[in-house]
Design a protein around this ligand. Structure first.
Ligand code: KG4
Ligand code: ZN
Length: 345
């Protein structure tokens, strides 16, 4: 059993958690979204300054909420890649300092591995192999989960990530940042079949389509054209119908690829992770499709879908249990493929 204090500062949430193996003891999330909303997206310099202002308070609060002191902590974890370099540095530096002061091992964590581990927090008995559909603001991947630290990416987006597509389409519709939750809410009032939109298939040199890769830039352009056409005569846009049609198309594209992939690889469990896993349309389509193909689909609770330190702590605890620790010279990286996770130890 490993009890870890974990820090997540890769983007716009300052989060600190205490996690005992797969059990979350506390998970403090200080979101910067209201700060970045006025700019329509995350401003990296503003993000790192805000992490500096918030991190000490979040660390103290996480320990208080877990009702534990430093003696109970076996290791200190922090997200070290991928993400905004300045933001990652704040969390990793805090973690290194705590590791030195309290004589604890340091565990650097890959942010996407954290999103994979989010599922274990609500499904502690889950074991690999399984398929993970990881859909966040920066990534859209289908990952074969083989073991702790060992992953194979089977499908990816060729352009925009799913969350990025939600955020860009929201901007086109003059909705606030982040776009995913707003589109999700408006889509409930709209007709998902109002406007047929392209799913975004990725061609292969032999003329067929890649079964697991996705592309959302064509869909985004199609929404732009639709908005221009419908707004030509100055009439009010049917925003809920556009939101519902867009969401339905993204959910269909992701569901189709995930189900095909799981079936072709003989994996009967699909864990969905990342901010877009909070989407109600995706949840519904995945659950229906999985049931009709006799597959199991797992969605983490909403609080573990978007960025949080509990998922980072859960991944770190598993590494620590296997003796994987990081050097105090560990640095941050804005990009790092999931296949290179073991280089952190
Ligand atoms: O995983 P996450 O918190 O941060 C990254 O690692 O990127 O994901 C953030 C993304 C944003 O693009 C946001 O618009 C999207 O997740 N998102 C949603 C929903 N909630 C958050 N997208 C669709 N529907 C939602 N309900
Ligand atoms: Zn994330």
């Amino acid at each position: 059993m490993a009890c870890v204090l974990a820090i997540e500062t890769s983007c716009d949430e300052t989060s600190v958690a205490v996690v005992n193996d797969r059990h979350c003891c506390s998970n403090v999330v200080a979101s910067q979204i209201p700060i970045h909303r006025q700019y329509g997206g995350v401003v990296p310099e503003v993000a790192s300054r805000s992490h500096v202002e918030t991190i000490n308070q979040a660390i103290a609060q996480a320990l208080v909420e877990a009702q534990l002191d430093w003696g109970a902590i076996d290791g200190i974890a922090a997200t070290c890649a991928p993400g905004l370099v300045g933001s990652l540095l704040v969390g990793l530096t805090a973690a290194k300092t705590l590791a030195i002061v309290h004589h604890k091992p340091l565990v650097g964590v890959h942010h996407l591995e954290g999103h994979i581990y989010a599922t274990y927090l609500s499904e502690p008995k889950l074991e690999p192999p399984f398929l993970c559909l990881l859909v966040s603001g920066g990534h859209t991947s289908l990952i074969y989960i083989k073991d702790c630290g060992h992953y194979e990416t089977l499908g990816e987006t060729r352009d925009d990530a799913a969350g990025e597509a939600f955020d860009k389409v929201a901007r086109l519709l003059k909705l606030s940042y982040p776009g995913g939750p707003v589109i999700d809410r408006l889509a409930q009032e709209g007709n998902p079949k109002a406007f047929p939109l392209p799913e975004g298939k990725v061609s292969r040199p032999n003329g067929s389509y890649h079964p697991y890769d996705s592309s959302f830039s064509g869909l985004k352009t199609a929404v732009l054209r639709l908005v221009q056409k419908l707004g030509q005569d100055g009439s009010e846009l049917p925003v809920p119908d556009i939101a519902a049609s867009f969401q339905d198309t993204v959910a269909r594209a992701l569901t189709k690829r995930a189900i095909t992939c799981a079936r072709n690889y003989g994996l009967n469990t699909i864990a969905v992770g990342g901010g877009v896993a909070a989407n109600s349309g995706l949840r519904k389509q995945m659950q229906e499709a999985a049931a009709s193909h006799n597959l199991r689909v797992l969605f983490p609770p909403l609080k573990y879908c978007t960025d949080n330190a509990a998922m980072i702590g859960c991944a770190a605890a598993d590494h620590l249990n296997r003796g994987h620790t990081s050097s105090l010279t560990l640095g941050v990286q804005s990009r790092l493929p999931l296949t290179r996770v073991m280089e952190l130890y």
